[in-house]
Design a protein around this ligand. Structure first.
Ligand code: AMP
Length: 114
């Protein structure tokens, strides 16, 4: 059994977050400390701690995360200019919250990572 994080409470709406989209598989909410003008987190409703824990049975959730990212980007008005999707994994990847989340960042030109 995986240990729940604050994101499970946000998904169940037990603690506040600015949720901008939710369906049966995923939830999208604004990052509490935005690094860019648009910074949204897209998470599966079920707890999967890291990308290393992904199973074939999670295909629907993972696919929906991308579909919702594109939908949110369009709604935020950043689809045409472009944006970046990031999933951090474990310590070296910079992961702080152990419930998979996709960062959707944009609203400005992003510098190269490499
Ligand atoms: P990561 O480093 O990839 O695990 O990213 C965790 C992200 O979660 C950071 O960008 C935090 O600012 C964000 N975060 C942490 N707590 C909350 C919260 N209560 N509501 C919204 N975003 C949060």
């Amino acid at each position: 059994m995986f240990k729940e994080t604050i994101f499970s409470k946000i998904i169940r709406r037990e603690i506040y977050a600015d949720i901008i989209y939710q369906d049966n598989l995923v939830t999208a909410f604004r990052d509490i400390a935005p690094k860019t003008p648009t910074h949204v987190l897209i998470v599966p409703n079920i707890l999967i701690p890291t990308i290393n824990d992904v199973q074939i049975t999670h295909e629907q959730e993972l696919g929906r995360m991308i579909i919702v990212a594109a939908k949110v980007a369009k709604k935020e008005g950043i689809a045409e200019d472009g944006y970046r999707l990031i999933i951090n994994c474990n310590d070296h990847g910079g992961q702080e919250i152990y419930h998979i989340h996709m960062h959707l960042i944009g609203g400005q030109r992003l510098g190269p990572i490499f």
